[in-house]
Design a protein around this ligand. Sequence first.
Ligand code: PEP
Ligand code: MG
Length: 895
Amino acid sequence: PKYVYRFEEGNKDQKDLLGGKGANLAEMNKLGLPVPPGFTITTDACRAYLKDNKVPEEMTVQVTKALREVEDAVGRQLGAADDPLLVSVRSGAKFSMPGMMETVLNVGLNDKSVEGLAKIANNDRFAWDSYRRLIQMFGKTVQDIDGDLFSDALDNMKKIRGVKLDTDLNTSDLKELTAQFKEIVATETGKPFPQEPRVQLDMAIEAVFRSWNSERAQIYRRRERIPHNLGTAVNIVTMVFGNMGDDSGTGVSFTRDPSTGRPGVYGDILMNAQGEDVVAGIRNTETLKDLERHDKKSYDELIEIMRRLETHYQDMCDLEFTIERGKLWMLQVRVGKRTAAAAFRIATQLVDEGLITTDEALTRVTGEQLQNLMFPMFDDASKPQPFTKGMPASPGAAVGKIVFDNDAAEASANAGVPCILVRRETNPDDLRGMVAAAGVLTSRGGKTSHAAVVARGMGKTAVVGAETIVVDQAARTMTVGDQVLEEGTEISIDGGTGEIFLGAVPVKDSPVTTYLAQGLDAGLAAADNDDDKDLIRSVDRIMTHADRVRKLLVRTNADTPTDTQRALEFGAEGIGLCRTEHMFLGDRRPYVERLILSPEGSKERQDALDALEPLQKGDFKEMLKIMDGKHMTVRLIDPPLHEFLPDLVTLEVKDAVTRAKGETPSEADLHMLAAVRRMHEANPMLGLRGVRLGIYLPGLFKMQMRALVEAACELKADGMDPQPEIMVPLIGSIRELQIVRDEAEDVIKTTQEKFGVKFDIPVGCMIELPRAAMTAETIAKEADFFSFGTNDLTQTTWGFSRDDVEGVFFPQYIEAGIFGVSPFESIDTHGVGRVVAEGVKRGRSTKPEMPMGVCGEHGGDPISIHFFHRVGLNYVSCSPFRVPVARLEAGRAAV
Ligand code: PEP
Ligand code: MG
């Protein structure tokens, strides 16, 4: 196979094979932009390596050939004694994983070529600094030597010389340091530092391959739902040096502001430095605008390139570049990560600039981003004076206790205590802590530092580069001026402004939520700055378009008037699931208890039913009023019995205690214990539920249906437009549905006659057992509609008890790649999804026009929504807060 592609051979659509970096380097090369010569080793090669633990021979041969071609192109040879070619070896997977895998710079330097480099650069210090960096980086990442050994030696050297900065060390210091580093390598590996340039190159390539499976890379992939089997590509790029003097530099830039989406020129630069220095946030950077002062020619060229790339990619891009002695080189471009707010604003800006269509704009934002924007934010009115300030790097309002490392962050999160991870700067090793923390705060680094990029990617609030803060990791304190904050102190950070507050600052609704609930004018009024106003307008345009194009209707799962009202404000087009068992909790529970435990035909049972009926009717009436003119699907009671009965263990303990005291339990207690024992189920989720309970307890469903129909008839008589639907849960056989349906029709007929009104009340059922889906063509004969209950359908298709499995063995299942995410969260399209599709197909074979929806949790999950669109459902029903997300995702599914 072809394992190696020269930059001339690839293009941006080959990310699977060449990784994002490699594909985009090839694309820039194609556009004629200044890319240093190089080549990319494919992800195929990485997968082959990881499988056999050995580099494929063909790859080695192809690397030799590509390397020769690069050498010919630049007229230099890798690691030659004079004028050596040096290369960087960079990881680059299909999906960007910032900082998670390895990169080795300056490959090709050795005891001889370091002199050659010194001569060419006319700078001894630079050459020796590059050499010691190679040994340090190579030792740590390729040879697995403890990095502290090198940094300790470096610190020690600075101490001996009495200097503070690396840059204060002179050539002879660096030569000595290089010797010490080589010594470390020899001691730790038992072999001298490899002098042969090609050996260095081969070892570095293998190290990048291996880094695909490093712990932090695996954590990152799990979190970002990136498959573990993709592998990384490796880019071999001719080194260009940003640290050759004051006419050199390096930087990162964005074609628009990645945190607000504001148009303009954004970026960080560092003159006389190497790329890694910027990303690591080790030295504080200058802004891109400052480059104009340092090097106008490169600045102008860069701005022109940014414009071209944005037009070419039709999206906001982020770029890495290096200037070597006044010559600009492009090292990377990619469609840039951005905050949720920026995503919406940029999408509509691009429409206005004629770069993309409105349909396309819809695909540039996600339901998850919309959800992020709905989170509460700090209330300006009650904000105290900030304690200090940093750079806003990733928006949101985070409140939590200070922690200083991964373990503390995880411990805090596990204890349910929100925390803020405070670091001097973050590096990829801090990922665990960042995942666990509510927010991230650093004292060093710019908007493009690792902390900022990673936090934005995961929608985590971050403030970076708060330079007034001194973080003392060892003492576990952060200090501003003379104020010392210990670990555990509560602080609040505002990722939108960069402000840091002492204590917990109150939060308020986001203006986006206000907009979604109350419309454009209210949203604009709630926004207190121009960026937010612009954001509201963008969200409005995109939501309006989504509503226009979507095929799926969006209903809500609601069983209280408050939820119903809220969902309606968020745009729900009906209630897809009103779970009536939730109406039996609280002080009504004893009635249900009596209902279940009393003998059939007894007065007690009838009394309980009679007591419940007016209460039910009241509930239904209130909700039908709110939903006037819209469908309201009421599901007949479907309780897992144990939720309504006293706990068996508690009763047994009580009984035992009474007897141990030598007393006799009361008649009532004995009766209760016997009844609960009789009804006790080992698997309540698969027991006496849904329609089974309805058939087992005659009168229960009838009572509910009468309450609903009477409520509707009264409203109808008052001139309103109630649209109730009766839904029967847990149907497995058509006969079950027939029995309930006969009863329903009887109730509807007599009640409507009593009220002198007539209107259609459909009777349908849930499809939540595989048997129902597989016999849907029969069941459809008795059903006016179907609603897929994908919670139970997932449970019964996989045979997973929905109450018992998720927290227990799912982590291992996800780890082992059995599924990427819990099938209770996102529909398992291959299995459970196929059962849904089959049910739709069979049902429609009987009634082509039958309305069908879904009301399991999946109805609010973006990926699942796209699936439901594809199988041709008519609506999804989800919790009120997911309604806007579902509207947006349904729109995205339709374009
Ligand atoms: C379902 O099973 O998907 C459903 C919506 O019903 P419940 O979650 O109430 O069992
Ligand atoms: Mg169910």
